[in-house]
Structure formats: structure tokens, C-alpha cells
Design a protein around this ligand. Structure first.
Ligand SMILES: [Fe+2]
Length: 177
């Protein structure tokens, strides 16, 4: 049976200050992300019990919990890996070229991405669309358990405390959670 675990942050809890405070990063990783890991494990346990007992009355709800908590776990993991104490600034190399090609300019991409993030109420991601062979901004709606705290990464025009601008060039994500 699956037993998902919370991966450690790839940097210290205070490594992203002043953009994300140690307190926010500690809560977000140790409490919020951990909650998704726990929720996923719990839902898998329910599914396994239901299979064993042949009682599927709570299976649909458990499958929904797998989707919610599993995506929460995976997206948080991507979020942590996308940031770096050495990150920030505009992308370069292949990613910069591709953003220019698919969005017209970095500024155009950023404007669209921030619009996606503000509308998402969950997650905004820059993804590669293998069907259309192009980069695409995607807004992912969160479910009712989306928490109220809010942080974002990417090169934000606002550099207020806890509005991190640190980001690697590999991927930009924005998180409302
Ligand atoms: Fe979160």
C-alpha cells in the first residue's frame, strides 16, 4: 500500500527571506503540505479497506480525496522545487526563447500568467502543451479546502514581504494556498 511522505525542502526554511519569511515557509511546508500528504494516505487507506470489505459506499468520496490531496502534494512539491535562494530575475536560454516565441515577450507572458493566477483561486502553472507544441499558462481551480494564505513566485512587480520573487528558470508556478 502506498505511504506518501513529505519530502524535505530543498533549502533552509529561512533561505528565501525576505521574499518568504521563515515562519510562512515553515507553516506552508510542515503544516499545509503535510496535510495533503496525510490526506492522501488516509484516502488510500479508505480505498484499501473498502476493497477488502467489498463495501464501496465511501469509495467515491475517497477517490475525490485522492484527487484533491494527491494534486495538492504534487503541486506543492513542484512549487518548492521551482524556487531557489539563487533564483529570481527573468528566465534565460531555451525557456526565454520559447516564452518569446509563444507569448510574444516576457512581459506579455507575465501579464497573462498573473491574470491566470488571480483568477485561479488555486494554482497557475506555465506548462508545455505537447498537443499544441507550445507553452501555455494554465489556471487550476482549488477545492473548498483551499486555505486563505497566499503567496506567489515568479518575477512579481511587487516585492513586499512574503511575496517571493525567487524562482529558478525551469518553471514558474504561482500558488494561492
Ligand atoms: Fe499551500
Amino acid at each position: 500500500m502506498s505511504d506518501y511522505e513529505l519530502p524535505p525542502l530543498p533549502y533552509d526554511y529561512d533561505a528565501l527571506e525576505p521574499h518568504i519569511s521563515e515562519q510562512v515557509l515553515t507553516w506552508h511546508h510542515d503544516t499545509h503540505h503535510q496535510g495533503y500528504v496525510n490526506g492522501w494516505n488516509s484516502a488510500e487507506e479508505t480505498l484499501a479497506e473498502n476493497r477488502e470489505e467489498g463495501d464501496y459506499s465511501s469509495t467515491a468520496a475517497a477517490l475525490g480525496n485522492v484527487t484533491h490531496n494527491g494534486s495538492g502534494h504534487i503541486l506543492h512539491d513542484l512549487f518548492w522545487q521551482s524556487m531557489s535562494p539563487e533564483g529570481g530575475d527573468e528566465p534565460s536560454g531555451d525557456l526565454a526563447d520559447r516564452i518569446e516565441e509563444d507569448f510574444g515577450s516576457y512581459e506579455a507572458w507575465k501579464g497573462e500568467f498573473e491574470a491566470a493566477a488571480s483568477a485561479a483561486g488555486g494554482w497557475a502553472l506555465l506548462v508545455y502543451d505537447s498537443f499544441g507544441n507550445q507553452l501555455r499558462n494554465v489556471a487550476v481551480a482549488a477545492t473548498s479546502s483551499t486555505p486563505s494564505s497566499r503567496s506567489s513566485i515568479g518575477r512579481s512587480p511587487r516585492n513586499a514581504t512574503n511575496k517571493p520573487s525567487n524562482c529558478s528558470n525551469r518553471v514558474f508556478t504561482s500558488l494561492f494556498g
